[in-house]
Ligand binder design. Structure first.
Ligand code: PRT
Ligand code: ZN
Length: 226
């Protein structure tokens, strides 16, 4: 059995779109921290709730491995990694606990502006570049479309111009990036926003009470925002 712990560890993005709003949200729940020299760890002062500052992509794995208890991450990242880890086992270790109302975006399929769009069947036999291969693959399977998924870790929007792919599946917020690359969004696979992720199984030690307290405060703050 893992050692019982009496502090809660929350992983948030170190630097990026979600870092400031995540810290602001936790601060509005009455938390405050003392930051370590290396700026990787923040020691909770008002409550025994510490922060770990990491790459957003590492957050689901840190929760799955029990290194962190909770995390704030985009639903897009969480959903992709849940599919990757599950392998259809149905044994997910973590899940979305709350939607947090910031970091909103969509995971869209976009095609060259010149295409006249006739529906999903048009993707049959095409190559689609994406950083979300599992979400895309699952959607293609569900739609019964045979298309080739081209996994890319970044700069997905230039793949069609480079001849690497015919279409893309990428995050969109304002749509400016698509427009600048002569692409147009045609389908939404996922509506995303920042979420609080946590384990499926309840905590069996002092962390259970702490997590419940944090959730109560969070729900109060989220209610005021709406
Ligand atoms: O370093 P680290 O790995 O932690 O950061 P990261 O670069 O992977 O993530 P980051 O900070 O860019 O995004 C973190 C999260 O913010 C994402 O996982 C999403 O949940 C959320 N989010 C919200 C977005 C966007 N909006 C968004 N627009 N993430 C990325 N984008 C990209 C989009 O793909 C496009 O290329 O921003 C570009 C501009 O978008 P437009 O449509 O406004 O032009
Ligand atoms: Zn990332």
């Amino acid at each position: 059995l893992p050692a019982a712990r009496d502090r809660l560890r929350v992983a948030i993005q170190k630097s990026g779109r979600l870092s400031e709003p995540a810290r602001a949200l936790l601060a509005s729940c009455g938390l405050s921290w003392r930051e370590s020299r290396d700026r990787l760890f923040c020691y909770g002062e008002t409550l025994p709730v510490d922060l770990l500052l990491v790459r957003d992509d590492d957050i689901p794995g840190l929760i799955a491995d029990g290194v962190c208890d909770l995390g704030i991450v985009g639903r897009n990242v969480l959903a992709e990694q849940i599919l990757q880890r599950a392998n259809g086992s149905g044994q997910d270790k973590y899940r979305e606990w709350r939607a947090l109302g910031f970091g909103g975006c969509r995971l869209d399929i976009a095609v060259p502006e010149g295409w006249s769009w006739g529906g999903p069947a048009q993707l049959q036999g095409k190559r689609i570049a994406t950083s979300y291969p599992s979400l895309l693959q699952a959607w293609l399977r569900e739609q019964n479309i045979g298309a080739q998924v081209v996994p890319l870790s970044g700069s997905v929007e230039i793949a069609p111009r480079l001849g690497q792919a015919d279409a893309i599946c990428d995050l969109v917020s304002s749509g400016a990036t698509l427009a600048a690359n002569q692409l147009k969004p045609v389908l939404t696979l996922l509506q995303s926003e920042a979420v609080l992720a946590g384990p499926v199984a309840p905590f069996a030690d002092a962390r259970a009470e702490l997590a419940a307290l944090l959730l109560r405060r969070l729900d109060g703050v989220l209610r005021l925002k709406h």
